[in-house]
Design a protein around this ligand. Structure first.
Ligand code: C2E
Ligand code: MG
Ligand code: MG
Ligand code: MG
Length: 283
C-alpha cells in the first residue's frame, strides 16, 4: 500500500472490478429476457397459526432459473431488478401469478406478495393490483402485500398513498423484516398494517439467549397488540425457536420448521393432507 507499490495495487485491483461489472452486465442482459423466456417461477412458503399450526397463508417467493446463469439467488437478482426498474414488469407478473394460484386454495388461505419500493412508487401500481385481482377473480381480502421500512425512505407520502389505494380495495399490508431497517415508528401511526413480520435475526438471537433480541420481540408484540396488528415471526427453524415464539405471543410463524418454500403443486398438495405440518417438520 506504499506510494511506490500503488501502481501495482492499482493494476491488480482493476481487473477484479472490471470482472464484477462485466458479470453484472451479463446478468442484467439475461434478466431483461427472463420474463419473455418464462424463466421465472414462484415458490410458496406456509405461514402457520402459532397455536393450531394450521396454514393461514403462503408467501410467494420469486425464483429465477436462467438459461445462461442457472439458478440465481433472489438476494442477487432482486436488487439488480430494482436498480434497473425491471422489478416493475416482473412484479406485475408475480402479482398475477400469485393471485391466479391462490384461487386453487381453500378460501381462508391468503397469499402474500413482496413489493419493492420501485414498484410501489410506479404510477401503475394500484391498477396492476386491480388487474391481478380482476383477472384471477381473487377477493382482495385474500391478498397481502409485504413491504419493508425502506419504502418510506424515498418518498414517504407517495408510498403511503399507494398503500392506502390498495388498502381501500381490501388488501392487507404487512411490514416485512421489521427491525432491520430504518426504524422511525412514525408511519405505524399513519398506516394500518395488518401484520408486522419480526425479522429472523431477532428470532435466532432470542433462541440463543440474546437478551436484547428477546426484549425487542416482546416490545414489538406488545406494540402490535395495542395497535391492533398481528405479528409473524420469520425464519423459525428449530423446535426451540418455535416454542420461544409461542411464549412471546407472536400469533403467526413462518420458517423452515413448518415448511420450506415449495412449488405451487406441492403447496396445493398440502391441503390434501391435514397433518402436513408434522410431515414437513419430520422430513
Ligand atoms: P423475505 O420477503 O423476507 O422472504 C423471506 C426469506 O427468508 C425467503 O428467502 C425465504 O426463503 C427465507 N426463509 C424462510 N424461512 C426461513 C428459515 O427458516 N431459515 C432461513 N435461513 N431462511 C428462511 P428468498 O426466497 O431467498 O427471498 C429473499 C428476499 O428476496 C425476500 O425476503 C424478499 O425481500 C425478496 N423477494 C423474493 N421474492 C420477491 C418478489 O416476488 N418480489 C420482490 N420485490 N422481492 C422478492
Ligand atoms: Mg417477505
Ligand atoms: Mg421477510
Ligand atoms: Mg427477513
Amino acid at each position: 500500500r506504499s506510494k511506490d507499490g500503488g501502481g501495482n495495487a492499482h493494476y491488480t485491483y482493476e481487473p477484479a472490478l472490471h470482472a464484477h461489472a462485466e458479470e453484472r452486465r451479463q446478468l442484467e442482459f439475461s434478466l431483461r429476457a427472463a420474463l419473455q423466456r418464462e424463466e421465472f417461477t414462484l415458490n410458496y412458503q406456509p405461514v402457520v397459526d402459532a397455536h393450531s399450526e394450521g396454514v393461514l397463508s403462503f408467501e410467494a417467493l420469486l425464483r429465477w432459473n436462467s438459461k445462461e446463469h442457472g439458478f440465481v439467488s433472489p438476494a442477487k437478482f432482486i436488487p439488480l431488478a430494482e436498480d434497473t426498474r425491471l422489478i416493475v414488469p416482473i412484479g406485475e407478473w408475480v402479482l398475477k401469478e400469485a393471485c391466479r394460484e391462490a384461487m386453487n386454495w381453500p378460501e381462508h388461505v391468503r397469499v402474500a406478495v413482496n413489493v419493492s419500493g420501485e414498484q410501489l412508487l410506479d404510477h401503475n401500481f394500484a391498477p396492476s393490483v386491480v388487474a391481478a385481482l380482476t383477472q384471477s377473480g381473487l377477493s382482495a381480502s385474500r391478498l397481502e402485500l409485504e413491504v419493508t421500512e425502506s419504502i418510506f425512505l424515498r418518498d414517504a407520502t407517495l408510498a403511503r398513498s399507494a398503500l392506502e389505494q390498495v388498502m381501500a380495495l381490501g388488501c392487507k399490508i404487512a411490514l416485512d423484516d421489521f427491525g432491520t431497517g430504518y426504524s422511525s415508528l412514525g408511519y405505524l401511526r399513519k398506516l394500518r398494517f395488518s401484520t408486522i413480520k419480526v425479522d429472523r435475526s431477532f428470532v435466532q438471537g432470542a433462541a440463543t439467549g440474546n437478551a436484547e433480541s428477546l426484549a425487542i420481540i416482546r416490545a414489538v408484540v406488545a406494540m402490535a397488540d395495542s395497535l391492533d396488528m398481528s405479528t409473524t415471526a420469520e425464519g423459525a427453524e428449530t423446535e426451540k425457536e418455535v416454542e420461544m415464539i409461542r411464549q412471546l405471543g407472536c400469533r403467526k410463524i413462518q420458517g423452515y420448521y413448518f415448511g420450506r418454500p415449495m412449488s405451487a403443486r406441492d403447496a396445493l398438495g398440502l391441503f390434501r393432507n391435514r397433518s402436513f405440518v408434522h410431515d414437513q417438520s419430520a422430513a
